[in-house]
Write a protein that binds this ligand. Structure first.
Ligand SMILES: [Zn+2]
Length: 304
């Protein structure tokens, strides 16, 4: 275990790891306060909270992979009762903290037994956008929503975008005190260059992957979400036989980027009639989809 991760990490952080002497890398994230802050601001039914919580955990898991300062956005869209679910992760290199936020827009005709395709309809898709500004070209990957769960959609995304064997597990649930928690863990068999590198025995490599995937599959929701089990100990419990190397973690917090200035700019593109139509007693209120904050503007001040 490296020096910087000698202290135990319990929640609101993402921890990368590698199985010793194998070509298998992974990451684990557990969200406590951050996901509860986000979900408790909205008044969504529990099965929507669960889906959004899993999406937030997945977004933090892959968002923390960004090398540079940037924003990773996960969007699920469709033409079913669920119109859109969005979450994004802002990585700031200055303080080393990742900020997540998210929201959902849906018609109230779903039940908790619905699968992902029931919710998003036949044309549903998952889109991941990575914008690292001047540092790297903008990237977008899209996969159709065909499975029953976000976990299946996430695995399909890795299969099509990175073409690396990947196993993902995502969980979100409410504890006895009514607080939301979410967790995500993934392992990936990373590609090796065939030239100039020692190539491991094919059979051994396959065996490693199968064992690691079976062990990951044995992880229970209660373990991934156990606040008293540090993420380091969780990984050691899973991969103690081969050993596990742990790298520097990323802290994750709930955070929104909405600003009065941005909304004012958007409002300035409307004409006077449109502004009057949305005003109430001379005040225009714009509610942020993500954090539900009300931004208020005086109509008289906007009109000149
Ligand atoms: Zn906001």
């Amino acid at each position: 275990m490296s020096e910087e991760n000698a202290f135990p990490l319990f929640e609101d952080c993402c921890l990368p790891f590698q199985i010793e002497n194998q070509d298998i890398k992974g990451r684990v994230v557990r969200l406590g306060r951050s996901v509860n802050d986000i979900l408790s601001k909205h008044n969504y039914p529990d099965h929507v909270n669960k889906l959004l919580g899993e999406t937030l955990a997945f977004t933090a898991l892959i968002g923390s992979l960004m090398k540079y300062e940037g924003i990773l956005t996960t969007q699920l869209k469709g033409n079913g009762p669920f119109r859109v679910m969005v979450s994004d992760f802002l990585k700031e290199t200055e303080n080393g903290i990742g900020n997540i936020r998210g929201y959902a827009a849906f018609d109230d005709v779903m039940s908790d037994s619905d699968t992902l395709t029931d919710m998003f309809g036949e044309g549903g898709y998952l889109a991941i956008t990575i914008d690292q500004g001047k540092f790297m070209e903008r990237y977008q990957g899209i996969v159709k929503l065909e499975g029953e769960t976000i976990t299946q959609a996430a695995e399909e995304y890795f299969r099509s975008s990175e073409q690396l064997p990947t196993k993902v597990m995502l969980f979100c649930e409410k504890d006895e005190e009514g607080k939301w928690q979410a967790g995500a863990i993934m392992i990936q068999h990373f590609a090796r260059s065939a030239v100039g590198e020692h190539s491991r025995d094919q059979q051994e490599t396959e065996d490693h992957w199968n064992t690691a995937a079976i062990l990951l599959g044995s992880l229970k929701k209660s373990e991934l979400l156990d606040r008293n089990l540090s993420l380091q100990n969780l990984l050691i419990r899973l991969y103690h036989e081969s050993g596990v190397r742990i790298f520097e973690h990323t802290d994750v917090a709930a955070g929104c980027r909405c600003s009065e200035e941005k909304i004012r700019t958007a409002l300035s593109s409307l004409d006077m009639q449109e502004l009057q139509d949305v005003a109430d007693d001379g005040i225009i209120t714009v509610t942020c989809d993500f954090c539900t904050k009300d931004h208020k503007f005086e109509l008289a001040k906007l009109m000149h």
